[in-house]
Design a protein around this ligand. Structure first.
Ligand code: ARG
Length: 608
């Protein structure tokens, strides 16, 4: 069947996964296209037409469905229902599916045979590393830019989203066989350093800094920031500190370096807790030396021009007014909206650094694709960057992967009771504490060490899952009670389903011993196998528009399907092939849940 992969490529096309061979959906589509090619109307088919088969929305009518007849009806001059019947009549499902049925205005519905399901289950069981997920045939080198907090400022909830989404995308892309390079592009050269330097010299509490650097740096930053609001001369002094730093003042450079070092230690603690890591930490300052030459080059290439003493990039007029990020409509008029890359005082900007970053990632890191997981307010910045990169003839696939806001229960931006922005570290601590309370009540007999471990996995998992189970553009409401609930679409529910798959082997007193073939007797078993087999159809779609929430939904459905199986099908009370099959289904479900949660960056525990 694998030999057909090249042919399959033409009818399932995902940008980062052109071939999805060997799933039930592609096997059915292959047969459907063979049927069409042999039909009486084969000559009337649109050039290169490929029928698709999808998972059925309503399982009442079948497991998979195709709307091919509805799409083709006009072209081949037939009524869609009649056409569907004609296709169904001549469709040869082999051992894969029963004779298709027609529903609604002309859907063709397929039901997978019990034999084919049993065969799928065996294939999955023999594929413990990939569980039916095919590797991409076009592995790309992808530089993934996410998290990227600003030094000496706290990592706030906006960075939570970037960190969690970015980490999950990196895991999925790696699992599919791509070469992923993660880079934490921290803001380590921003204007905040003017204030931090002044604060360091005048307000710093050395003891507090030693004990816990990030909160102390933050306190200093906030205090100076507040003071400058009322004090014009202090603002000038801070600016002076920044200029001294930028022109290489030894003392200021030493303080700056110390700040970065301390901040990194603090950040790493949070990343460890989150189980997130980066291949590189190439912050903004890494590109300082390249900014001057880059601006010169852009001017020489006629991409940038001087305007009022500054260097800017204007529209080149190749895009329509609506699409052109260098134009804006204001008071009913179209006006230029240039990108500023060097100020008239010689200073460089966020955009200049990002242009240098693109160069480095393409030429030094060998990137085919650059993905940025950054909040939606930076849309314009990235639209302009990507356009400039195109104008420079760079070929890398550039993807801006934005996300919305996190709201409090009052549907306003999430804030602490004191009205300040919520810090990621505090969110994690509180989540773990809350999970611990639930475990203390539910399972008081566990050891303290076990309780701590479980509370950490669930607390962190709950925060991540609340994020990843939503479409990233949705403004989601941060609510502890829903996040940590044991029922519903939550991390605790999913982890609990996994724990259940493990509990049975503890009861059995041994690990899963293997099985030669599956004997499927109950509907609940067949439903479960079908769901398990769809893991391979689900994972590649995550990179299609960058939606980990599709995987989350799948895992939730798998957990509920398993739950129903658990209720309907006794395992240890059975004997022989039925018992063996059910044990194997528990094992397989456990593997898929663990692997799928792992792709979301969520760990599992054996007990809870
Ligand atoms: N440091 C920026 C911020 O906190 C995010 C950086 C995103 N990455 C980039 N290459 N611009 O807003």
């Amino acid at each position: 069947m694998l030999a057909a992969a090249g042919k399959l490529a033409t009818f399932i096309s995902l940008p980062y996964h052109p071939v999805m061979a060997e799933t039930l959906a592609t096997l059915l589509a292959e047969r459907l296209n063979e049927t069409l090619a042999k039909s009486s109307f084969a000559g009337d088919l649109p050039e290169g037409f490929r029928a698709h088969v999808e998972q059925a929305q309503n399982r009442q009518f079948g497991d998979y469905q195709s709307n091919a007849a509805m799409i083709l009806a006009k072209q081949v001059k037939k009524n869609p229902r009649e056409l569907a019947s004609e296709i169904a009549e001549s469709f040869d499902g082999g051992t894969l599916c029963d004779k298709p049925e027609i529903a609604g205005p002309g859907f063709i519905n397929f039901r997978i045979t019990t034999d084919a399901l049993a065969e799928r289950a065996a294939i999955l069981l023999n594929d413990p590393d990939h569980l039916g997920v095919e590797q991409a045939t076009n592995p790309q080198t992808i530089v993934l830019d996410f998290s990227a907090p600003n030094v000496a400022k706290p990592m706030h909830v906006g960075h939570i989203r970037s960190t969690i989404i970015g980490d999950s995308l990196s895991r999925v892309a790696r699992f599919l066989g791509h070469n992923v390079i993660t880079d934490n592009h921290i803001g380590d050269w921003g204007t905040q350093f003017g204030m931090i330097l002044w604060g360091w010299k005048n307000l710093l509490d050395e003891k507090a800094l030693e004990a816990d650097p990030i909160p102390e740096l933050l306190r200093v930053y906030r205090e100076v920031n507040a003071k400058t609001k009322e004090d014009e001369s202090l603002r000038e002094e801070c600016k002076g500190q920044l200029v001294a730093l930028q022109s290489g003042d030894k003392e200021n450079l030493a303080i700056w370096e110390k700040c970065i070092e301390l901040s990194k230690i603090g950040l790493k603690k949070i990343y460890d807790q989150l189980d997130v890591s980066f291949d590189h930490w190439l912050g903004e300052s890494f590109y300082n030396d390249q900014l001057g030459p880059l601006v010169e080059q852009l001017v020489a290439e006629n991409i940038a021009t001087e305007s009022d003493g500054a260097i800017v990039i204007f529209s080149d007029g190749t895009l329509s007014e609506k699409e052109d990020p260098f134009l804006k409509s204001e008071d009913g008029e179209i006006k230029p909206q240039p990108a500023l890359i060097q100020k008239s005082d010689g200073g460089f900007l966020y955009a200049t650094t990002d242009l240098a970053t693109i160069d480095y990632r393409i030429s030094d890191l060998g990137a085919d694709a650059l993905w940025y997981v950054v909040g939606v307010p930076q849309q314009l910045h990235f639209d302009q960057l990507f356009q400039i990169s195109k104008r420079r003839g760079q070929k890398a696939d550039l993807q801006f992967i934005p996300f919305g806001s996190i709201l409090g229960k009052d549907r306003k931006m999430l804030r602490t009771r004191e009205g300040e922005t919520v810090q990621l570290a505090d969110v994690l601590t509180e989540s773990i504490e809350r999970a611990r309370k639930v475990i203390d009540e539910k399972n008081p007999d566990l050891s303290d060490g076990e309780k701590h471990e479980i509370a950490t996995v669930i607390g962190i998992g709950a925060v991540k899952y609340a994020e990843l189970s939503q479409f990233r553009m949705t403004d989601y409401i941060f609510d502890w009670d829903t996040m940590l609930a044991l029922k519903g679409n939550t991390a605790p529910y999913l982890i609990n389903a996994y724990v259940r798959t493990r509990a049975i082997f503890r009861k059995l007193g041994s690990d899963f011993a293997g099985i030669d073939s599956f004997t499927l007797t109950a509907d609940a078993e067949k439903n479960l196998v079908l769901k398990l087999a769809q893991f391979g159809e689900t994972v590649p779609t995550v990179l299609n528009d960058f939606r980990p929430n599709g995987l989350a939904t799948y895992l939730y459905e798998l957990a509920t399907t398993y739950h129903k199986f658990w209720e309907a099908c006794p395992v240890l009370r059975e004997e022989g092939a039925v018992r063996e099959t059910r044990l194997a289904l528990c094992e397989l479900t456990g593997r898929v849940l663990k692997c799928g949660l792992g792709l979301l960056g969520i760990r599992t525990t054996e007990k809870m």
